[in-house]
Design a protein around this ligand. Sequence first.
Ligand code: F6R
Length: 366
Amino acid sequence: DKGNYRHYMAKEIHEQPEVVGRTLAHYLDLAEGVVRLPFDLNCDVKKLSRVTISACGTAYYAGLVARYWLERFARLSVEIDIASEFRYRDPPLPEDGLMIVVSQSGETADTLAALRYAKEHGQHILSIVNVETSTIARESDTVAKTLAGPEIGVASTKAFTCQLAVFACLALALGRARGVLTKERERELVTELIAAPGQMAEALNREAAIEPVARDVARASSVLYLGRGPCFPLAMEGALKLKELSYIHAEGYAAGELKHGPIALIDYAMPVIVLAPPDASLEKTVSNLQEVAARGGHLILIGSPRAREAAAAELAGFVEIPETVAGPFASLVYAVPAQLLAYHVATFMGKDVDQPRNLAKSVTVE
Ligand code: F6R
């Protein structure tokens, strides 16, 4: 049932404040303002030195965002790879290690193979899945479910932000268990996390501002997305959504890599979409933006008012995200304009967003 929406994808994008809130409530003790995982990790988390993550597509990008959180909050190093590479690399894995696989469907063939490889190599398997009855869930030692509800649109949206919500809680729980986070710091971070669904709702309210930007992007034949820190994987996710739905070529790059190659592509025609939340890397991201501006690039900024002011450049488009969307979990909120942009570009071009060509919702073959 699409409710009042034209497409499942629109409905699923708009459901995010609710389902992310529901997912957080499952992993947090809201009264106490702390994390409370509804399962035991069944491994000695104090002894862990690293964790391994594997997944495909959008679920892999969720893992890339989570790497920042696991490193920062739990001081765990993270080995992460796409499942189709991981399984054939014959990677050495630590004794009694923790392997996290991420999958909306729980049926992705490569992710399942990565899980089985890790299991054979003595890893404890934690899966973050949306379909609890799936093969991946059944073969895991511990299942952390996303409470996104059924995702019908082929492009993953609400499952992605719910995966981020689970990862955020997991990183905080591991940080506590490993003695990295004090209870006070945990409370502060949980407070920030709890604010995310409301901020996502605010971001959804900016939808009308995204439509003119989408009409502009729809004329392009290639688009570059730039971000730093947790917004770097989000740049790749934004690019993936755009290519899947609109069939426009797009790439996501770490903003700092710009001058190592892609800057050669800059011209007046190729939109460069910069994700710039007000965090410690803002200044650096803005200087990358200015490098694009100085070469007559076609700039679109998704960022806070302060980012716009700092940019001091001519913009072809600006999607304003409130200044208060800051801190380590801003990427949860910045996912929303990235999804909406891809959605509106594709619908403006008359593409079938719920059923893009050549794609299947669940990839059960290699
Ligand atoms: C992108 C998308 C795919 C999936 C990938 C993994 O919008 O939907 O990239 O994320 O095929 O699927 P799951 O999460 O079911 O393992």
